[in-house]
Design a protein around this ligand. Sequence first.
Ligand SMILES: [Zn+2]
Length: 230
Amino acid sequence: MDTEILLKILRPTDMPAWQDCVWKRQACEQMTCVMCGRRITMERDFMVEEALEQTSIGKAIASAAASEPKNDRYENAEFWEDDAHHGGFNIGASRQFEAEHEVDADGPDWMSYELARQFLEWREKIYGTLPIGSGPFPPWIETEAGRELLWYANLLPIKTGRLHAARHDINRGRAAEAELDYAYTRYVVAQSLLRVIEALSSLRSLPNLPIDIAKLQDELSGLILSVVEI
Ligand SMILES: [Zn+2]
């Protein structure tokens, strides 16, 4: 039922494929991709710099560079911090959430939308069970379904807030700017929901989970109906 509803929300036809690599847990990793190619190149540069720093000349250069104004080459690369390609669910997902929260703080306040707050509460029922810090993590989180759930549950509050904001802009007559954003965000929300549904189904068979899967599924069904109405 939920899946049928979501599949009706189609991918915008004029959306470039590389945009998927902005939000997916597992990006395409192709050098020809605008997002991945740029990130892979930066990673290589970074590794070369790190290796160089271990040499005596490198240490001298690094020492000199430290006294120079900071090179902000990496500063705009939010996806670098997101670490999406490694499926880094703990640090990456939280950083992504925080980063987007910061970015959106300058625009419409996504938390002002009831549905975004509901998704945040829903997300907390999962994230609230996680150990504080970097681990060790319980085995269920280390499964593919566990990682998928954490990643995409994390996207839903901010993305549904953004969807509402785009709808709000369209209704205010700013359709030209907002329609593409609306179509794209709606697609990302639908895709994230599909992955969350699949992850919950997979996790349901695991014993001794700290989360109530059936309850999460029930609540999610209600939230999905609200998403479709935006
Ligand atoms: Zn890519």
